[in-house]
Design a protein around this ligand. Structure first.
Ligand SMILES: [Zn+2]
Length: 221
């Protein structure tokens, strides 16, 4: 670290956009999937553009997709069931895939899983069978990388609010995020990331009105 900075510089630390060069920026439409291969060291900012929008998320070692994100390995390594700044997303061999390096929301879920036609019909009735769900998004996006149902693992739900009651009960309740809030992830190795911008309309996870998310990929300048 340089000791030659002016006093002004020392009291005004460099911001992210001064230290990072943007590589890619894309708005993911409501209800849509998205994926990207992050190179080691690159960062992904996930922005809840319109607020209260769950962004379901999968991650795999880009060179060996049998090494997939593991909820258990990730939670074993930290003292909380929620994800926030400092959380390390680990694969099933307990190796770091991604680290949460910034978080404006405070906590994110990785227990509630992804919505599916099957879970919708169980929870909300047979009339929801024809509704598009996150699992369908993931299967479409996985197929673009030569992967299928066997590769589909448990996921993260960025911006989704799933409080854990003292008796262990889980709920899916109104979000604590707000328009424009975001988090940033740093890839610890080359990592394939997949997103389902959640289409759910039967519970409050998207404010009953699925909306946009924005993805910004950057690397150190
Ligand atoms: Zn969903």
């Amino acid at each position: 670290m340089s000791t030659q900075g002016t006093p002004e510089r020392q009291t005004h630390p460099e911001t992210h956009h001064q230290t990072h060069r943007e590589i890619h920026r894309e708005v993911v439409a409501a209800r849509s999937p998205w994926s990207w291969v992050l190179r080691a060291g690159q960062e992904l900012q996930v922005i809840d553009l319109d607020g209260n929008q769950a962004v379901d998320f999968l991650a795999y070692d880009a060179h060996d997709t049998a090494r997939a994100y593991s909820v258990q390995a990730t939670l074993q390594d930290q003292d909380s069931v929620f994800l926030t700044t400092g959380s390390v997303l680990r694969d099933n061999e307990h190796e770091p895939l991604l680290t949460v390096v910034a978080d404006e929301v405070g906590r994110h879920d990785t227990l509630g899983g992804a919505c599916s036609k099957e879970s919708n019909t169980l929870r909300y009735g047979h009339h929801t069978w024809s509704q598009h769900a996150c699992v369908e998004n993931f299967l479409v996006e996985l197929s673009r990388h030569g992967m299928g149902k066997r590769d589909h693992v448990s996921n993260v739900n960025w911006f989704m609010n799933v409080p854990v009651d003292p008796d262990g009960a889980l709920g899916i309740v109104d979000g604590i995020s707000a328009p424009g809030l975001s988090l940033r992830l740093r890839a610890e190795k080359d990592t394939l990331v997949l997103v389902s911008n959640c289409p759910q309309v039967n519970n409050p996870c998207n404010g009953f009105d699925p909306s946009r998310a924005e993805m910004v990929v950057s690397e150190r300048a």
